[in-house]
Design a protein around this ligand. Structure first.
Ligand SMILES: Nc1ncnc2c1ncn2[C@@H]1O[C@H](COP(=O)(O)OP(=O)(O)OP(=O)(O)O)[C@@H](O)[C@H]1O
Length: 312
């Protein structure tokens, strides 16, 4: 049985249209599918967990139609079920998970691939994160990236902007991040951060951001972490510090051709065990959703999950 979880809110309604298209396709009618439409924030997570508890081994694959936030929720619903294969059909505004895993195709072709006989599953190693003093049982999973500081504030500003829905409607949703970047640039104050990577601790001043990823894509397709490998047991890190405001802007523009890694203010690292601490409150984003904390422990999970996709 295929379980389909649709977020009707993702991409300002795009995911629902994608689902309608798939539901009317011959491929959908050929196989046993149960579809669930999310009703509120956090519902995809609860659904993924409850449906897996009910159907257990009968599930062939859990198909997410939405954006990165929906993938994040479903992944966390499957936290204790790593053997349930996961597939993604882009329906959000950014869809970084799709950019990292899928070869470019339309929704019906992707669905046909998911139910097809040739199973293209990637061994995908997700990350875990635990903020502040949460107990180990409250550790959560992430599928794309987690970032602290400047980019955390950009995502917060973008998610709270009334323009997001409007820009998504005209398929120019990425512009919200450009506008949020410019707005945040004016107000952001660099932070002092204690960064520990695989047991080695450094105290860094004037930190703009620490971004940690499973794959390279970020913010709707920017390849900010070119050294990230989803099948590796290492996380990729980017640290941006001791940089002037105008140069931050240039750095973000240069991400589009990978030029950002040549800036002396950009450090690109790898590690499997990372912690970020600060005396100040840090805004963070994880898989496109925002939050705040003073400390966070991030790890790469060793056991791979099966994620449908053509990319390696
Ligand atoms: N029925 C619903 N009503 C309101 N919000 C919902 C509903 N279902 C899910 N959500 C919330 O919608 C948010 C956004 O979803 P998602 O990230 O998948 O889409 P997106 O923001 O358009 O895409 P992307 O993250 O790829 O840019 C998630 O935080 C999720 O909790």
């Amino acid at each position: 049985m295929y379980i389909v979880i649709v977020n009707p809110f993702a991409g300002s309604g795009k995911a629902m249209k994608v689902f309608e298209q798939i539901r009317q396709s011959p491929a959908y009618k050929k196989v046993e599918c149960r579809a669930f439409i999310t009703q509120h924030e956090g519902h995809a997570e609860a659904l993924a967990q409850q449906v897996t508890e009910i159907y257990k081994d009968r599930i062939i694959c859990m198909v997410v139609i939405g954006g990165d936030g929906t993938v994040h929720e479903v992944l966390n619903g499957l936290k204790y079920y790593p053997s349930v294969p996961l597939a993604f059909i882009p329906g959000g505004s950014g869809n970084d998970f799709g950019k990292a895993t899928l070869l470019k195709k339309g929704p019906i072709e992707i669905f046909e691939g998911i139910i097809g006989s040739e199973k293209n599953y990637l061994d995908y190693r997700v990350g875990t994160y635990r903020t502040d003093y949460r107990k180990a049982k409250n550790t959560r999973l992430f599928a794309n990236s987690i970032g602290f500081g400047f980019d955390g504030e950009i995502v917060k500003a973008a998610n709270h902007s009334i323009l997001k829905k409007w820009l998504n409607h005209y398929h120019i949703g990425f512009l919200i991040y450009c506008l949020a970047l410019i707005k945040t640039l004016g107000s952001f104050q660099p932070k002092a951060i204690e960064l520990t990577v695989d047991g080695e601790t450094r105290t860094l001043e004037n930190v703009w951001m620490v971004t940690i990823g499973i794959h390279g894509y970020y913010g709707g397709g920017m390849r900010i972490l070119p050294n990230a490998r989803m099948q590796s047991n290492q996380l990729a890190l980017l640290v941006l510090h001791n940089i002037s405001k105008w140069k931050v802007l240039v750095m973000f523009v240069s991400v589009f051709w990978g030029g950002h890694v040549r800036f002396k203010e950009v450090e690109v690292l790898t590690g499997s065990n990372v912690s970020v601490k600060s005396e100040e409150i840090l805004s963070y984003h994880v898989d496109g959703e925002s939050g705040s904390c003073q400390a966070c422990h991030i790890q790469k999970v060793n056991i791979p999950r099966y994620v449908f996709g053509g990319k390696k």
